[in-house]
Ligand binder design. Structure first.
Ligand code: 5GP
Ligand code: MG
Length: 185
């Protein structure tokens, strides 16, 4: 990742240190908002992996973790497929304070699809937290409750986010300059 060539593929948007600082801030906010309560954190795999790992270490309140993974099938071109949410059957959300965590809020379909399904399990409360929110026009009237960073509409990788399953381990968030990537996989 630190070769000369890699510099032409990535543009650093959010340095590691800025993420670390923002996680501490959001942890203090969550501690105040959930005072005396226990959070059931539902992470959306795999993009939220690093965020959740850092967030739960920063939090000084009780947190349990469950996870789901999402895929859209029937996707062709710009037509969005139906969202499939795997892992819901493992989750007992009834009467719990659910905090759904995802890597990025783009069109909003993923997060809304997940909270819609969890809502049916009658949780006590339901909130959402994302690392990134893209500044894009959306046709869903929803905003996540906690956003660590707003970013412009570019394809990003790192800190859990992938391009074809690569680059999740980069410590910061980078815009990926797709046009500069080598063509082989
Ligand atoms: P949405 O359903 O809000 O349109 O998209 C959310 C999902 O799309 C995220 O969970 C993430 O997996 C993926 N996604 C959207 N934008 C990006 C991006 O810029 N980079 C990466 N790596 N994934 C993205
Ligand atoms: Mg994802």
């Amino acid at each position: 990742m630190k070769t000369e060539a890699s510099l032409t593929y990535f543009e650093l948007l959010i340095p590691e240190e800025a993420i670390r600082k923002r996680i501490q801030e959001i942890a203090r906010t969550l501690e105040a908002d959930y005072e005396g309560k226990e959070i059931l954190l539902v992470m959306i795999m795999k993009g939220s992996l690093l965020l959740v790992a850092d967030l739960i270490r920063a939090l000084q309140i009780k947190v349990c973790i469950e996870f789901v993974s999402c895929s859209s099938y029937g996707e062709s071109g710009t037509v969005r497929g139906r969202l499939r949410v795997n892992g819901l059957e493992q989750i007992n959300a009834e009467g719990k304070h659910i905090l759904v965590v995802d890597d990025i809020f783009d069109s909003g379909h993923t997060l809304l699809g997940v909270i819609d399904r969890l809502q049916k399990m009658q949780p006590e409360s339901m909130k959402t937290l994302v690392l990134l929110s893209k500044r894009v026009p959306r046709n869903v009237p929803y905003q996540p409750d906690y956003v660590l960073f707003d970013i412009e509409d570019r394809f990003v990788v790192g800190y859990g986010l992938d391009y074809k399953e690569h680059f999740r381990g980069l410590p910061g968030v980078y815009a990926l300059l797709l046009e500069n990537l080598p063509t082989q996989n």
